[in-house]
Structures are given as C-alpha cells and as structure tokens.
Ligand binder design. Structure first.
Ligand code: HEC
Length: 266
C-alpha cells in the first residue's frame, strides 16, 4: 500500500512540476535548497522562544566590562525559561492553598479511594464471570484428553521438580504406585494437592496458586499415572489404597467396618 501511495505521489509531483512557469520553478528550487533550520518558519519560532540576538547585532548588547579580553553580552533571559519559572510559582501557590490551607485530600485518602474503586471492579468482574469452584465434596475424576493434557502441563511445570516429570518421585513420594501416604482416590489426592500436606510442609497447597479447577485437572493427571512403573521410581511409601467397591461414600459406617479400605481422611 505504502509503496503504491509513494509512486502515485511522486507521479503527481512530476506532473505538477511541468505545469509550473519558469519563475515558479525557480522559487521552488530556492525554497527547497535552504535547510529547514534556516527557513523563515523555523527561525521565527526559535526567536519567539529565545529572543536571542544574531551575531550581527551583538555590538548592541555588548557590556563595557573587559576581563583580560573576555567580554560579556547582556542577553535577555529566554522567554521559554522565564515563563516556565512563572508557571512553577503559580503551580506552587495553587498547591499550597489547595493541600495545606484548604486540606483538599491527602495521598493516603487518594490511595484508599483507588483501592476501593479497584475492589468494586474486581467484584463486578467476579459477578460477570463466575468461576465455579471445585470442592473436595464435588470433585470428580476427569478422563478427557484435554483436561489430562492440561494437567500434565501443570505437573511438568510446577510439580516435576519434586516428583519427577514421570511421577517417580525425588523429594516428594512416588505418585505412580498404589501406595499413598495421605490416601488415594480423586478426593484425597485433590484435597492434598489443594490444601497441602499436614505432615510435610514441603508439599504446599496449590489451590490459591492454580485455582481449584486446575488442581482438579492435575489431580486427575496424577491418578492417570497409576501403574506406569517409571524406571528409577522411589520405593513405595504409605499404605496401599484400595478404591471402595461401591462408590457410595455417604455411608461412612461401611468404610469404617471394611478393613480392606483405608478410611478416607477428612
Ligand atoms: C517442593 C517440593 C514439592 C513440590 C513442588 C510438589 N510436591 Fe507434592 N509432595 C512433596 C512432598 C515432600 C510430599 C510428601 C507429603 C507427605 O509426606 O505427606 C508430597 C506429596 C504429594 C502427594 C501425595 C502423595 C502421597 O503419597 O500421599 C501428591 C498427590 C502430590 N504431592 C502432588 C503434587 C502436585 C500435583 C504438585 C504440583 C502442583 C506437587 N505435588 C508439587 C513435595 C512437593
């Protein structure tokens, strides 16, 4: 586009140049031959700002002091500087009256106001885009490829340092076997990843950092690692987890009497 415009403009220039009279051509060449800093327009503006005298008029403002041949010019203060100075005085006066006499508002009040406004914005935003929180009671195991892929991404970024990218364990325990320190199954794993481990503070809670939805995805990914048996994995820690035969968990009595199950730690 720009190249096309450039071509058209230069073509128009050429045509109009041929339409000029000889006098006009001469004028144009003169105007184009002087540099911008010597143009009338530029010099007029500079003169307004500085009111400096040209070298030819220096004799008018030369003082009669003579210090070993060094002489002094009595230039006026440049208007741009003088006016700026007056502006600061006016600003200062208005400022003093407004903030030290009338006590309009303080910086602390200004800050509080902005925080209050920002909080309102946050509330509005939350109301407009409600985030469904996943809780321990509601959490379900996700098995779709998309969620598991996201879970894997989180795991590699945030967890692999302690659990190894394949879940085999380094600082943290092996997550690929059926032995769990804090109980297996989506509810226990979700709860532990969301809230952190009570018996080992190295494993912090991730709900605040990741959000509960992402914790659900990474929990599901962790469970999907079951039985992968990566090479060099850490030995089993904790107790063997057996998923309750009937997934109806709202009858705690059965869980307590069923000795093959590790009771869900709440
Ligand atoms: C700073 C190291 C560290 C990081 C990072 C870390 N963990 Fe852990 N994790 C541990 C330790 C240590 C334990 C053992 C806790 C205990 O003994 O209760 C653990 C335990 C666990 C357990 C329970 C294992 C069991 O047998 O009960 C799960 C599940 C788990 N981590 C998942 C994760 C996930 C998912 C992430 C990333 C979001 C993560 N961890 C990040 C150190 C870490």
């Amino acid at each position: 586009m720009l190249v096309a415009i450039e071509i058209v403009v230069s073509a128009v220039d050429k045509v109009t140049y041929h339409l000029l009279t000889d006098d006009q051509k001469k004028q144009l060449e003169e105007a184009q031959s002087i540099p911008f800093t010597e143009s009338k327009f530029y010099q007029g503006i500079m003169n307004k700002f500085t009111r400096s005298k040209g070298i030819e008029q220096e004799s008018d403002i030369l003082l009669d002091h003579d210090y070993d041949g060094i002489r002094e010019l009595d230039n006026v203060l440049p208007p741009w500087w003088v006016n700026l100075f007056y502006a600061t005085i006016i600003f200062g006066l208005v400022y003093i009256v407004r903030f030290h006499v009338v006590n309009d508002y303080t910086q602390a009040e200004e800050f509080d106001q902005e925080v209050a406004l920002a909080n309102i914005e946050i509330e509005k935003n939350k109301a407009a885009n409600p985030v469904e929180e996943v809780t321990v009671d509601k959490v379900t195991l996700l098995t779709d490829a998309e969620s598991l892929a996201k879970g894997k991404e989180i795991f590699v970024n945030a967890c692999a340092a302690c659990h190894k990218a394949d879940g085999g364990g380094v600082v943290g325990p092996n997550l690929t076997d059926e032995f769990w320190i804090n109980g297996g199954g989506i509810k226990n794993v979700f709860k532990l990843i969301a809230e952190g481990s009570k018996n080992n503070p190295t494993m912090v809670g991730w709900a605040k950092t990741l959000g509960t939805k992402e914790v659900q995805k990474v929990s599901s990914y962790v469970i999907s690692l079951q039985g992968t048996k990566p090479a060099g994995a850490k030995p089993a820690e904790g107790e063997k987890w057996v998923e309750e035969a009937a997934p109806k968990t709202d009858a705690p009595a059965t869980a307590a009497t069923d000795t093959t199950n590790v009771a869900t730690t709440k």
